[in-house]
Design a protein around this ligand. Sequence first.
Ligand code: GLN
Length: 245
Amino acid sequence: MKKTFLVFLIVLGLVFSTVLATTYVVGTSADFPPFEYVQNGKYVGFDLGLIKAIAKTEGFNIQIRDMAFDSLIPALKVGVIDIAIAGMTITKEREKVVDFSNPYWFADQDVIVRKNSNYTVTVLFGKHKIGVQTGTTGDLWVTKNLVKSGILKASNVKRYQSFIYALEALLNGAINAVVLDSPVAERFAQVKPVKVVAVLVTGEHYGIAVRKGNTKLLREINAGLKKVKASGEMAKLIDKYFGKK
Ligand code: GLN
């Protein structure tokens, strides 16, 4: 009898802790393999595995919300989402409007072209059409270094809401190259008929973003990040999403 009561209490405790745990809405942009993408109708990827592991150690629940990359910061600001994880580079400009966790990944920018083309890095110069994802650091790099310096006409920069569309445009010949984060370019080069022809060393670090001033959540995320690294869970995720297949 006593034992049954104890079991009952434990079950009750578990139910309550799950029900009472805060649920945070996590915004992502699921077009960025291996960080976030859709597989068999499910949102998967390194970032999502990471935030799930952090949520588990810190005792909160999460709900994933997919949106265009350039909607993530506005969505955070107005409270539609609580956390943004999307291979997001920590930049000075973004730090003015959101708070970032400690860095968890690094990237440069790569230039990709169709596999069967003869383009080299010079694809960036001249009359070619260059695709980027709106509002990304790739977009910023092209705008700052090619357009503002007069190397590329502004009308030759083609902006896409999603890398899925940028890739499609590259493959069907609507554009000549795409500038995007190196880890994602490398993954696309493994699974699509595209190749990397140049690395633009930008030295970026990815962070998890929260609303400015949400120090409680930021502290939980940083604490979780540390634990997930120390427990070996991070290494498992790296192996799962970046290991040789
Ligand atoms: N790291 C880049 C940025 O923060 C691209 C991110 C993305 O497209 N998901 O702008």
